[in-house]
Design a protein around this ligand. Structure first.
Ligand SMILES: Nc1nc2c(ncn2[C@@H]2O[C@H](COP(=O)(O)OP(=O)(O)OP(=O)(O)O)[C@@H](O)[C@H]2O)c(=O)[nH]1
Ligand SMILES: [Mg+2]
Length: 390
């Protein structure tokens, strides 16, 4: 499963976002360092289900909204200097190593200090948080490179030394591939002699690697409390998703309790059950928020990470290319996330390595035609794979 991590200063609302997105109970509170050990759960990216293109209901999507699972990780808050061990230290940065994308949760209300202490709304600048999280991530990566430089230099004395491979080894623990390192080294000029590298180069390399390998979505949370000047600044300077994690949590709880009809990511909801006056007032405030901002932002944040930053597509393998079903008759049983540009064979491997190895050909179930091996699958592709492993 694709993995996305939530990062941000203490008390920004990471765990509230996590709880809303995964519907799991975790500790949330208005003081810093509520979360210590990472929380892991399953969230979903939302896309249009292919069954909407036919007069059929697959029985899995919610009125055409298909929710595709991704893993979400919620970590302890980061404070400036976290890479040097400040706050709860850099062990929590390590929880980010296996994430493919990072959601930076910031406090759009400006009502918490950099250390996460509550202060009056509008006191702190949310834009500062955007910069500091990037800087911490990059400083942490630069530190890892610096710490390993002695061994890189030692390796450089041996015949057949390969800088790309050596750096890939240094950064492999962060889930950085050789491919990323090669691309990054080609982008800018680095000294040919490893002895000539210093902090400047480590930082430059870390920034380039971070941008490519750990793309960030900015989630401007607590938008329900945010002064309009903060929102205007965020919109002018960033492409942050305006979010009220707490509102999403309330709506999903309402759905669970059977009193609200709402699909995550929708711009509206209905009250369908008994609610008391206080609950109604809360829901009315959320309705105003949706009218103003279009959604709570939680779903949009995940969608942007998955379909935007990670540039993934959803493909649907089926066994019956006319009915779009599996052997048991379930329509569109699986939705798989693949990198854009993936081919039918890549899809076959994603289904199972045996199916990939035995790949013969594929049929586009929309046109019922065989498609070439090099065809790049598109979002919503419905594909029958023919394999010797069937
Ligand atoms: N008004 C408002 N409050 C929110 C929102 N999201 C979270 N909060 C509040 O912010 C406080 C901190 O929330 P948490 O989710 O515990 O924050 P965190 O970032 O996980 O904090 P640490 O684990 O300490 O790093 C809690 O009091 C939440 O109720 C929101 O969208 N709007
Ligand atoms: Mg937390």
């Amino acid at each position: 499963m694709r993995r996305i991590a939530l990062a941000g200063k203490p008390n920004a609302g990471k765990s509230t976002f996590f709880s809303a997105a995964t519907m799991s109970d975790v500790e949330m509170a208005n003081y810093p360092f509520t979360t210590i050990d990472p929380n892991r759960g399953v969230a979903h990216a939302r896309t249009r289900c292919p069954c909407t293109d036919r007069d059929a209901d697959c029985g899995i999507c919610r009125e055409g909204a298909r929710y595709v699972p991704v893993e979400l990780v919620d970590i302890a808050g980061l404070v400036p200097g976290a890479h040097t061990g400040r706050g709860l230290g850099n062990q929590f940065l390590d929880a980010l190593t296996t994430a493919e994308a990072i959601v930076t949760v910031i406090d759009a209300a400006g009502a918490t200090t950099a250390e996460g202490e509550p202060v009056a709304v509008g006191t702190t600048d949310p834009l500062e948080e955007v910069r500091f999280i990037e800087e911490e991530l990059e400083a942490w990566m630069a530190q890892i490179i610096a710490d390993n430089w002695t061994s890189v230099r030692r390796g450089a004395r041996a015949p057949g030394f390969d800088l790309d491979a050596s750096l890939a080894e240094v950064l492999s623990g962060l889930g950085i591939t050789d491919h990323v390192i090669t691309a990054v080294l080609r982008e800018a000029e680095y000294p040919a002699q490893v002895d000539a590298w210093g902090d400047g180069e480590f930082t430059m390399l870390a920034q380039a690697v971070r941008q490519r390998a750990k793309p960030i979505v900015i989630c401007a949370n607590k938008v329900d409390l945010a002064p309009s000047a903060n929102i205007a600044d965020l919109q002018a300077e960033t492409d942050a998703v305006l979010t009220a994690a707490i509102a999403e949590r309330t709506l999903r709880r309402g759905v669970e309790a059977g009193v609200v009809e709402y699909r995550p990511g929708d711009d509206e909801f209905q009250i369908t059950g008994e609610v008391d006056a206080q609950q109604r007032a809360g829901l009315d405030a959320i309705a105003d928020l949706l009218a103003q901002h279009g959604s709570t932002g939680v779903q949009e944040t995940i969608d942007r990470a998955v379909y935007g930053r990670l540039d993934l597509i959803t493909a649907y393998p089926v066994q019956n290319e006319t009915r779009w079903t599996d052997a048991s008759g379930q329509m569109l049983p699986d939705a798989l996330l693949l990198p854009a540009g993936s081919t039918p064979r890549d899809l076959a491997y994603a289904v199972h390595s045996d199916i990939g190895e035995g790949y013969l050909y594929a049929i586009d179930a929309r046109s019922q035609r065989r498609i070439g091996e090099a065809t790049a699958l598109e979002e919503g592709a419905v594909i029958k794979i023919v394999s010797t492993a069937d």
